[in-house]
Design a protein around this ligand. Sequence first.
Ligand SMILES: Nc1ncnc2c1ncn2[C@@H]1O[C@H](COP(=O)(O)OP(=O)(O)OP(=O)(O)O)[C@@H](O)[C@H]1O
Ligand SMILES: [Mg+2]
Length: 385
Amino acid sequence: MPSIRLVDVLLERRILVCVGSGGVGKTTTAATLALAAARRGKRTLVLTIDPARRLANSLGLASLGHQVQEVDPALVRKGAPNANGQLFAMMLDQKMAFDEVVGKHAKDPAAVKRILANPVYAQISGSLAGAQEYAAMAKLHDFDQSGDYDLIVVDTPPTAHALDFLDAPKKLSEAIDSPAIDWFRKLQGEGGSRWSLVGKSGAFIIKRLAKFVGSKFINDLSVFFTEFNDILGGFRQRAEETFSLLRQPRVGFLLVASPEPMAVSEALAFHQRLKSAGMPFVGFVVNKIHQSRPIRVGAPQVEASLGVQPSIIGLGLSGTTRTMAAQALVTAHGEIETRALADQLAVAAMRTAGGPEAVLVEVPLQHEDVHDVDRLVALERFLLG
Ligand SMILES: Nc1ncnc2c1ncn2[C@@H]1O[C@H](COP(=O)(O)OP(=O)(O)OP(=O)(O)O)[C@@H](O)[C@H]1O
Ligand SMILES: [Mg+2]
């Protein structure tokens, strides 16, 4: 048994981040943990960046967007150990979060308006490397600073590279310093001809480009980069600082994994990556585990029981069919047992990697999708013990 229990982590830490590969159960885990904390009296926020409506559905919310919404207290508190908790949820809209960051860094409100209205902004805000992650982090930072919540549980999006955010500050700096951006910035030089600032070949390209896209667009570009320059400077300085929040001891990373071999090797690689990046790793949640239910009988006994229990499966089966059905059942059971054994090997690999300091919880594969509060509450006992 691990010495640290997830329930203690839940009650002590201020921010829990659920990371892991696609489809392993990050959203389900984040929702279950947030709900569990609220049911223990905490004022909890679950923050998702997942565009899927899964979280909203599971929490009984008709819709979920960039506004914090409270989950129906009656749902949260039903049968709860402590009836003073509250649960809030928000689905972060990365574009809106980015607009808010711009709003904070710009010189004045008029500049914010001009930038947000500039057509170039609409393009770049969605494609500047690392900017989306930074905007999400800035939002998390604000919530953390506000002191409005005892606990914030963060559900990360279904990306191919689950730990993209670790590289985000570097990517952002590289993007800001890229020759292309620098080049556009120089277009709007003070005084004189701006073409001269980009050199002869640059001026030629711009003139050719203007033929295609119109000189207004070229002008929008240069105006945008000049105004945006102050903001980019602010970004560079503050990105590292904002991301450093994740390394604080009041934060905890939970690696959600399923026991399939591919998912296990990915989880082990993520674990290494988190550790080498100095992130406060809490432990593994191994989700969708096949449970072993050994039977001490063979095909003949199963066949015999099919004969005496016609109301279940053996109804109307002839002798030969019953023999085949019994054999098929025993084979299917054997396959599940093999899966259960393989899943335990996967758990053991993660336990070894995490060491005695890490939390390790196993959540069995449920027969149905987990899509409402009652089912989330039912998962709580596996997560918290
Ligand atoms: N223990 C479980 N047993 C059965 N089904 C589960 C379990 N945990 C999660 N699921 C189901 O698996 C699916 C994926 O879960 P979830 O959305 O939480 O994963 P995710 O890691 O957030 O996925 P994505 O990477 O797409 O965001 C959902 O349909 C969910 O209901
Ligand atoms: Mg998800």
